[in-house]
Design a protein around this ligand. Structure first.
Ligand code: DX5
Ligand code: ZN
Length: 222
C-alpha cells in the first residue's frame, strides 16, 4: 500500500472544455490538483486525436503545477524534444508504442525531465522489469487508451505487483492509474498501492465551482 497522505490528483484535461482550455487549467490548479494530466493522441496509436506541443506550450502560462504529459503516439522519439521545450515536467511513453522503449526513456531522461512508462491493460507488468532503474513514473491504464468516460478495468493485482516492484528498487517512483477513476475506484487503487490518480470525467463535471469538491472526493480522507 502507498503512503495515503501523499496521494496526488492529476485531472485529465481531455475532459475539459477545449474552447476555454486556459481557464480550465487555472481552475483545476486553484481547485487543488497536484499534476495536470495532458493526453496527447495521434489517431494512429489510439483511435482519437487531441493536440500537440504548441497547445501544451500555450497552457504552460496558466499554471506552475507539474505537467504530466501522457503520450499516446507512435512513433514517439522524434516529438520528445518538442514536448520538453513546451514545458513538460514528466513525459510518459507507452511500452506498446515501441520499438525501443529503453532508447525512448534514455532520450527523455537526457533532456532533464522525468520519464514515465505506460502499460495498456493487456500488457504484463513484468515487461518493464528491465527498465525499472530508468523510470520515475509507471502509468497503469485501467481503460483502453483513447477516450475519457470509460469503465474501470479492475487490474488491482497488476497495481499491487507494480507497487512491490517499486518498493524493491528503493527508489521514489510514482505509481499512476489512468481510466475510470472515481471516488469508489480511487479507494481500490490506493489500497493496491497507487499514489497518483488521473481523473477526467470525475473532476470535470458539474462546472468549475465543483472542481475542488470533485478532487477532494478522490482523496483517501473523503
Ligand atoms: C484515456 C486517457 C485518460 C482519460 C481518463 O486514454 O489517457 O487520461 O482522459 O478519463 P476518465 O477519467 O474519464 O476515464
Ligand atoms: Zn492519460
Amino acid at each position: 500500500m502507498s503512503n495515503t497522505s501523499n496521494i496526488r490528483i492529476a485531472p485529465s484535461i481531455l475532459s475539459a472544455d477545449f474552447s476555454i482550455l486556459g481557464q480550465e487549467v487555472s481552475a483545476i490548479d486553484k481547485a487543488g490538483a497536484e499534476y495536470i494530466h495532458i493526453d496527447v493522441m495521434d489517431g494512429h496509436f489510439v483511435p482519437n486525436l487531441t493536440f500537440g506541443a504548441p497547445v501544451v506550450k500555450a497552457i504552460r502560462k496558466c499554471t506552475t503545477k507539474i505537467f504530466d504529459v501522457h503520450l499516446m503516439i507512435s512513433p514517439v522519439d522524434y516529438l520528445i524534444d518538442d514536448f520538453v521545450d513546451a514545458g513538460s515536467d514528466i513525459i510518459t511513453a507507452h511500452i506498446e508504442a515501441g520499438p525501443h522503449l529503453h532508447r525512448t526513456l534514455q532520450h527523455i531522461k537526457a533532456k532533464g525531465v522525468k520519464a514515465g512508462v505506460s502499460l495498456n491493460p493487456h500488457t504484463p507488468i513484468e515487461s518493464i522489469k528491465h527498465v525499472m532503474d530508468m523510470v520515475d513514473l509507471i502509468l497503469i491504464m485501467t481503460v483502453n487508451p483513447g477516450f475519457g468516460g470509460q469503465s474501470f478495468i479492475p487490474l488491482l493485482d497488476k497495481i499491487s505487483e507494480a507497487r512491490r516492484m517499486i518498493n524493491d528498487t528503493g527508489r521514489d517512483i510514482d505509481l499512476e492509474i489512468d481510466g475510470g477513476v472515481n471516488p469508489e475506484t480511487a479507494k481500490q487503487v490506493i489500497a493496491a498501492g497507487a499514489n497518483v490518480l488521473v481523473a477526467g470525467t470525475a473532476v470535470f463535471k458539474d462546472g468549475s465551482d465543483k472542481y475542488a469538491e470533485n478532487i477532494k472526493a478522490l482523496r483517501p480522507s473523503a
